[in-house]
Design a protein around this ligand. Structure first.
Ligand SMILES: [Cu+2]
Length: 114
């Protein structure tokens, strides 16, 4: 065997074993995610665009909100606790909970995201 053939043989062996293991690991991860969804799965990721303390409203560029069947967009939310908005600055990355109160969407549990 030439050194090149040897390398190819090793590469083939490595690929042959690595692929099935990778596939198994992926399946295990997916299964785990479905079996035990953490409470934080309810939180939506977003970025603060504007804070209106006087009105108790905050404009957030948010990611998809599965529970409301809403894709990512920038929109204005009312804050459940308007005082919590005082800590927010435009550009802040946050995670938050959105609940529907009548037809109004209200944010609560605003946390800073890394
Ligand atoms: Cu939206």
């Amino acid at each position: 065997m030439t050194p090149l053939q040897q390398m190819l043989a090793i590469a083939a062996l490595t690929l042959g074993t690595a692929v099935p293991i990778g596939g198994l690991a992926q399946t295990a991860t997916d299964h785990h995610a479905h079996a035990a969804a953490p409470a934080s799965a309810d939180l939506t990721e977003g970025e603060v665009k504007k804070v209106d303390l006087a009105a108790g409203k905050v404009t957030i560029k948010h990611g998809p909100i599965a529970s409301l069947d809403m894709p990512g967009m920038t929109m204005v939310f009312a804050a459940q606790d308007p005082a919590a908005l005082a800590q927010l600055q435009p550009g802040d990355k946050i995670r938050f909970q959105v609940t529907l109160e009548g037809k109004k969407m209200v944010v609560s549990d605003i946390q800073s995201a890394p």
